[in-house]
Design a protein around this ligand. Structure first.
Ligand SMILES: N[C@@H](CCC(=O)N[C@@H](CS)C(=O)NCC(=O)O)C(=O)O
Length: 202
């Protein structure tokens, strides 16, 4: 059975869990924080040379990085398809994910470190405000992109998966989707209504 190295509050791991749920792929979750020895194991190190989660072992395939894992899963288990058949359309989604990783996902990760992992005394309010502003700017762009669409690129795809778990973390970081962003609010409602969203909280 496919092994997923992860931990429960990891947004990047949740991206992979959503895809596993969408495709109904059985898997064994291995919590890397529950047991220190797991991170030192040769299998985990082979799957994730940088030591990050998510990472998978699927038969002979050892792989890390959420978006790379999800593209692999979409090719190996194509039902339902979560990337377009057309190579140019796939490329547009790959470039979108690279861009959103910098403008949004990275900033939300920095907010997690600042707001949750640091003590109150260590936290810098200016830094938090700056990161929240940058995330809000990225959300405005997404809202425009969603005009007239159900999902970011029409059909539900790995682009939606790459953003969703990080948006879901905003309320615990003193942020959220601004009310005036109606397209994004409706989109996130549709995402939450998909069974994979609930199933990906482990
Ligand atoms: N770009 C990577 C980022 C992976 C990442 O930063 N993962 C975090 C958890 S969300 C991690 O492994 N942190 C180290 C740790 O918590 O041990 C991806 O998309 O998978």
């Amino acid at each position: 059975m496919l092994k997923l190295y992860c931990f429960p509050r990891s947004g990047n791991s949740r991206e992979v869990k959503i895809v596993l749920a969408e495709k109904n792929i059985p898997f064994e979750p291995i919590d890397v924080h529950a047991n220190k020895e797991v991170k030192e194991s040769p299998e985990f190190k082979k799957a994730s040379p940088k030591g990050t989660v998510p990472a998978i072992v699927d038969e002979d395939t050892y792989l890390s990085e959420a978006f790379l894992i999800n593209q692999y899963l979409d090719e190996k288990y194509p039902s339902p398809r979560l990337m377009p058949k057309d190579a140019s359309e796939r490329e547009v989604i790959k470039q979108f994910v690279a861009k959103i990783d910098k403008s949004m996902v990275l900033n939300i990760g920095l907010l997690v470190i600042e707001c949750i992992l640091k003590s109150k005394e260590q936290q810098k309010e200016n830094f938090k405000a700056k990161k929240r502003r940058e995330v809000a700017d990225a959300m405005k762009e997404l809202d425009k992109q969603l005009e007239g669409k159900e999902y970011l690129f029409g059909d539900f795809s790995l682009a939606d998966v790459a953003v969703t778990p990080h948006i879901a973390a905003l309320p615990i970081l003193g942020s959220g989707i601004p009310r005036e962003l109606k397209n994004m609010t409706a989109w996130f409602g549709r995402i939450q209504a998909r069974p994979s969203f609930g199933q990906s909280i482990l």
